[in-house]
Design a protein. Structure first.
Length: 588
């Protein structure tokens, strides 16, 4: 690689990293110890990172977390958990830097990789440096990325999408991707990378490869290019299957979990709604119609992941320009072919929108790939790549003008799509909350022997449990994130009979519950006070009346610990709890 190219890539990394740090307020070492998010699904991501740091997430195979799902340990093999090789590597980073700095670094890395991948592909497509640079920043720091962030870290890692677009362009081209060619070898590597990333991105990639196979075979009668596209289309789901082999083996050995199946309605709730591509629902942005975004968010009857779909100013302009170019070519005499990006966009819409192809697929019972609005990341990459190349061609031979316009476009784009800067009050509010959790857990660990088990109330399904009053799902993971010597009852995948005992225990009167848990070896009860109308005071008083008076709460008043006296030789739950003739099931 030429020295100039290296400098361009280095400048891109510095700019994207600097903008991310400024936007997220991560401008000092002290602040880097505070996670960019500490709520809802971010707790789930952080728990995966902690488990990886503790050595429980292998690059392949089963995931078992002994610190959760007490007394048996947690099995994380009934739900898709992607990026296991990446989480395994991230575990090394967690050990080196600590959980929260590692989490922040991984979010930043997602943006940097997206910028580098986009820039390289744009330059391959002959986009001028300045337009490739502007497009890379727009893609890396997109509303999609900031919405996903730590909450949906596997979706924030959308950097394989530009590479996948490159392979799709090869597979549809005249030369195609005949097996044995250098391009096929490069495509093979990209397919493997995509297969070990998010399944939503891989699903659309596989569809494009399948369409390329049909085009080469039926239209061009080109057998070898068709075979190459077909082979890659088969390899992609195989890579996804390898990444999720633990789930497949679990289902094969024990049958599907009772509550794994998702409802068909999710396909409509989380389907792509094209209007959201041009609406900044956060209330900020530069598009003239930005005020319509919050109004839409208030009035929409079916709300999915609002805020993640907006393409940003550059994406919207490229989308409108592509539509105008396609219409002009279609109406020209003689008719000219519409851009390939327009055809790719048409298929993405046909597959992803409410009532589209994904709905037909869902009627077969396959509902795992439900949130097709996440294909907006594909749409954004398509639009920005097409826009960078189109602008480069339009300004060929006018270097100074091109650089100035690209700089203006980048400035306006970032002003439109970068979220408001995270202020110091928000950062230190997060720091206070996680510091409260850490101090509370340390106080419990200081008074209990290593390996002590805590029973968490109320009983909540994992993953994707329902909120209970003010307690959101995954809040039970907060103490686990800071623990080094404790085990918790929460956190094993729902749907198996093994964990059904917890709801039988929860239904017992307080005194009987305490005695049963002590017989099972539990050293304490851990209440999420936000899940109780009276903050758990009635339960606390009942336990105190039953002789379990030692208790204390976290400084933020979210958690209450009640000490128990576990028996030296614990009994199994089924030996202690009353039997029931009714089938075990989670409440509706």
């Amino acid at each position: 690689m030429r020295r100039r190219s290296l400098l361009e890539y280095a400048a891109l990394v510095l700019l994207v990293s600097g903008l991310w740090c400024l936007t997220m307020g991560r401008t000092s070492l002290a602040v880097w110890r505070v996670p960019v998010e500490y709520s809802a699904d971010a707790w789930f991501t952080l728990s995966l990172l902690k488990a990886a740091g503790d050595g429980h997430v292998p690059p392949s195979g089963r995931i078992e977390v002994p610190e959760l799902g007490a007394p048996f340990g947690a099995s994380w093999n009934d739900f898709i958990r992607q990026h296991k090789p990446q989480y395994w590597l991230a575990g090394r980073l967690v050990r080196l830097t600590g959980l929260f700095p590692a989490a922040n670094l991984l979010v930043l890395l997602a943006a940097v990789l997206a910028a580098l991948a986009f820039f390289g592909v744009a330059r391959y497509f002959k986009a001028r440096t300045e337009w490739a640079f502007a497009g890379a920043c727009a893609f890396a720091l997109s509303p999609f990325f900031f919405y996903r962030s730590l909450t949906h870290l596997t979706l924030a890692y959308d950097w394989p999408i530009p590479l996948a677009i490159l392979v799709v362009s090869w597979s549809f081209g005249r030369r195609g991707l005949p097996p044995g060619s250098p391009r096929f070898a490069a495509a093979l590597l990209i397919v493997l990378v995509a297969g070990f990333h998010n399944v939503y991105f891989a699903a659309l990639f596989m569809q494009f490869l399948g369409l390329a196979c049909l085009t080469q075979w039926l239209v061009r009668r080109a057998a070898r290019p068709a075979l190459g596209a077909f082979a890659l289309a088969l390899l992609l789901p195989l890579a996804v299957a390898v990444d999720n082999a633990n789930l497949l083996l679990q289902s094969e050995r024990q049958g599907p979990a009772a509550t794994v199946r998702r409802p068909y309605g999710n396909l409509e709730r989380y389907a792509l709604k094209p209007l959201e591509l041009v609406l900044p629902v956060g209330g900020y942005g530069l598009v003239p119609w930005r005020a319509a975004g919050p109004e839409y968010a208030r009035a929409a009857l079916v709300k999915g992941e609002l805020g993640s779909v907006y393409l940003g100013l550059a994406g919207v302009v490229a989308l409108l320009a592509l539509a105008a170019t396609s219409a002009r070519r279609a109406l020209a005499r003689p008719r000219r072919p519409v851009p390939g990006a327009a055809l790719a966009l048409a298929w993405t819409f046909a597959y992803s929108v409410v009532g589209g192809v994904t709905g037909l697929v869902g009627l077969t019972g396959f509902i795992w790939i439900r949130a097709t609005q996440r294909n907006s990341a594909w749409i954004l990459a398509l639009m920005l790549l097409w826009g960078a190349v189109a602008a480069s061609r339009a300004l060929a031979g006018r270097r100074a003008v091109s650089v100035i316009l690209a700089a203006i476009a980048l400035t306006l784009t970032l002003a439109d799509q970068l979220p408001p800067r995270t202020g110091s009050s928000a950062i230190w509010g997060t720091n206070w909350r996680q510091a409260s959790d850490a101090a509370f857990v340390q106080s419990v660990e200081a008074r209990l022997p290593p390996g002590s088990m805590l029973f968490q109330l109320p009983v909540v399904d994992f993953p994707e449990g329902r909120p209970v009053l003010g307690a959101t799902d995954y809040e039970h993971l907060r103490p686990y994130l800071h623990a080094t010597r404790l085990r918790f009852s929460y956190g094993s995948d729902k749907g198996r009979p093994r964990e059904a005992w917890q709801r039988r225990a929860e239904a017992l009167p307080p005194a009987e519950l305490a005695r049963a848990l002590e017989r099972m070896g539990f050293a304490g009860l851990l209440l999420n006070r936000k899940a109780y109308p009276d903050a758990g005071l009635e339960l606390k008083d009942a336990l105190a009346a039953a002789g379990r008076a030692e208790s204390w709460e976290s400084s933020d008043h979210d958690f209450l610990f009640v000490r128990l006296e576990p028996e030296a030789v614990p009994a199994a739950p089924d030996e202690v709890l009353p039997k029931t003739d009714e089938p075990e099931a989670a409440p509706p």
